[in-house]
Every structure is written in C-alpha cells, then in structure tokens.
Design a protein around this ligand. Structure first.
Ligand code: HEC
Length: 150
C-alpha cells in the first residue's frame, strides 16, 4: 500500500513537472484559400474527416492535445504530417511533387494512413474499405499514364 502511494505520488508529480516542458506548437505555413486542394465533394469530405488534422492548416486541437506527453506526440504528428503533405498548400506544389503524393496516397491508404494510434482516439476518422477505395481511385485517376501501374 505504501509503495503504491509513493509510486502514485511520483507519477502525478512527474506528470505535473513535464507540463512545464514547452514545445513549439507548429505555426502553419501561410496559405491562400486558392492553394487548397480541389477534389470532388465526397473526397474532400473524407480528406477533411480523416486526414486534415495532420495534413492541412485546419488542425483541430482537442484539450488533451495540450497536455504532455500527449502534446508531444500530437505536435510531432502535425509537424511531420504537414511537412510531408499539406492539402492547404496543394496548389503551390510542383506537378512532380503532386505526382509523388498521389502515388504516396495510393500506397498508404490501405493500411498506413491515417495512423492507427490516431484512429484509436478519433473514431470518426476511421475509414471503411469502400471509403478507402474511393480515395484510392481518386488519387489513381490523377497519376499520369507513364507513371502507372499504381
Ligand atoms: C495523426 C496524424 C495523421 C493523419 C490523421 C494522417 N496522416 Fe498521413 N502522415 C502523417 C505523418 C506523421 C506522416 C509522415 C511520414 C510517416 O510518419 O510515415 C504522414 C505521411 C503521409 C504521406 C506520405 C508518406 C509516403 O509514404 O509517401 C501520405 C501520402 C499521407 N500521409 C496521406 C494521408 C492521408 C490520405 C490521410 C487521410 C486518409 C492521412 N495521411 C492521415 C500523419 C498523419
């Protein structure tokens, strides 16, 4: 019993202390509404629901995303996610980069994206097999002939 109390004391103390460690909340890159990706309405809705928290400037920040150590994970997801692919600055990407990303979407949509730990908390971000197929077909339709098969 005593050991448990000591353990809990350290645990709570530790959690309080790590709140003092400041992390830089990533500042989104400047974007014009024109730069946003244009996709059919259904696809846009799916991307907003399942990808936008990490791959756009429109991240929703729930309260726990400010609490360490969750905040560290969330920030690194958002920072990395936006670096790789940001739908809010899509129209500023070169054609080369877009091709690379369309292929990346086709490759990652079956299992890698959205990340499992994220979907575990954000149940509404989960995609059904049909929804994944829709996103895949949309991305595929933008890949140039000479780059296929993808
Ligand atoms: C919780 C944050 C998060 C969400 C939600 C998310 N991603 Fe990602 N995504 C990342 C991170 C972080 C990376 C950086 C590379 C990595 O970690 O593998 C990434 C990388 C990517 C890449 C580039 C990887 C490659 O191999 O080319 C693509 C494409 C991608 N995501 C597509 C999507 C799509 C499409 C969705 C929605 C269906 C989505 N992501 C949802 C965090 C996220």
């Amino acid at each position: 019993m005593k050991t448990l109390k000591i353990f809990l004391g350290w645990l709570i103390g530790g959690l309080l202390v790590i709140q003092l460690i400041r992390i830089d909340v990533p500042e989104p890159p400047k974007a014009d509404p024109q730069d946003e990706i244009k996709a059919p309405g259904e696809i846009t809705a799916l991307l907003k629901r399942s990808c936008y928290d990490c791959h756009s400037n429109h991240t929703r920040w729930p309260w726990y995303s400010h609490v360490a150590p969750v905040s560290w994970e969330v920030n690194s997801h958002v920072k990395n996610g936006r670096n790789w692919l940001n739908f809010s600055i899509w129209n500023r990407y070169s054609e080369e980069k877009k091709q690379k990303l369309y292929k990346g979407i086709v490759k990652s949509i079956d299992w890698k994206m959205p990340p499992a730990d994220y979907m575990w908390i954000h149940k509404n971000a989960r995609l059904s097999p049909e929804e994944r197929q829709k996103i895949k077909a949309w991305a595929q339709s933008h890949i140039r002939e000479e780059e296929k098969p993808y």
